[in-house]
Design a protein around this ligand. Structure first.
Ligand SMILES: [Cu+2]
Length: 313
């Protein structure tokens, strides 16, 4: 069965969408890019119908990957004019982890223009750090993918090539913290224990019906998967059906153990892997932290409700 037939028969009428970061248009040379991100509160409905008050960065002109309201794809050397508007009730900042890219604290109602040069090719987590642990725990984080300056489909210039790429942005929530923030209260971070988990803003089974979180592949391809931990706990990500080659951790090439089926993704860490598609089928990629495949501790369908995506070829 080919890929399209599989999608039609197994996953409904969904077409491959050129959305989000997955299939971002390629450019051959660096440019000047204007981006606006609004830090704001939003009501997020989870797969068990519970609603969480979350914080998010929202790009009024962009979306994705998945249902994340923001996500950047840049080319190495781009000049980025980034405006951050703070619509939250407290100061925030914008920080690209592992770089010196950071705004000062931005007060409620204020905006700040940060101009920076897109750093070396690779995967980056951006987030608020002005609120400490709470920034990420409330959701104020997103993925930044920097493509090589030569415009090639490689993870870095001269690095391994891929046929397609996916961004898998991992986040978690403790709904007691969300409720406390929504009600203007306080929360003891020592009590933090997440009970909701998302990939690109979605939980399983919704990850099956979004073009950025259904990892659609063809046998014979090399598929780049960017595992990016924007949450607050470690995610041991297990690939069923395939082994992957670990290419880099936090933009540093990995040269020792490269062929694995479980990849530990630490807090704030970005692990870029290449999956050689050696066989057809449908297999899960999920966290081996068992509560992470539930929604509030419950399997909302036979397979779970949290951090699961399907690999389909
Ligand atoms: Cu597993």
């Amino acid at each position: 069965m080919n890929r399209r037939d599989f999608i039609k028969t197994s996953l409904g009428a969904m077409a491959f969408m050129a959305s989000g970061l997955t299939l971002a248009p390629k450019r051959a040379s660096a440019a000047t890019v204007d981006i606006t991100l609004i830090a704001e509160g939003a009501q997020k409905t989870m797969v068990d119908e519970n609603t969480l008050y979350v914080w998010q960065f929202t790009d009024p002109n962009g979306k994705g990957p998945g249902v994340l309201p923001s996500g950047m794809v840049l080319l190495e050397g781009d000049t980025v004019n980034l405006t951050i508007q703070n619509n939250l009730d407290r100061p925030i900042n914008f920080t690209v982890e592992g770089t010196s890219i950071q705004t000062p604290n931005i007060n409620p109602g204020d905006s700040y223009l940060l101009t920076f040069t897109a750093p070396a090719a690779g995967s980056y987590v951006y987030c608020d750090t002005a609120n400490g642990f709470i920034g990420k725990a409330m959701g104020l984080a997103g993925p930044m993918v920097v493509m090589p300056a030569d415009g090639s489909s490689t993870l870095y210039q001269g690095g391994p090539a891929f046929d397609r790429q996916y961004t898998i942005f991992l986040q978690d929530y403790d709904d007691r913290l969300n409720a406390a923030i929504a009600n203007g209260g306080t929360y003891n971070i020592d009590d933090y224990l997440p009970n909701y988990y998302t990939v690109n803003g979605l939980s399983y089974p919704d990850t099956k019906s979004d073009g950025d979180t259904l990892i659609a592949m063809n046998v014979g391809e090399n598929v780049a998967i960017r595992l990016m931990n924007g949450g607050t706990i470690i995610y041991p990500m297990h690939f069923h059906g395939y082994h992957v080659n670990v290419i880099s951790r936090n933009r540093t090439p990995v040269t020792d153990v490269i062929d694995k089926d479980t990849i530990n993704v630490g807090v704030g860490e970005c692990v870029d892997v290449i999956l050689p598609v050696i066989q057809a089928g449908a297999y899960p990629l999920h966290t081996h932290y068992v509560p992470g495949v539930t929604a509030n501790g419950v399997y909302v369908n036979p397979y779970g409700g949290g951090l699961i995506v399907m690999l389909a070829s």
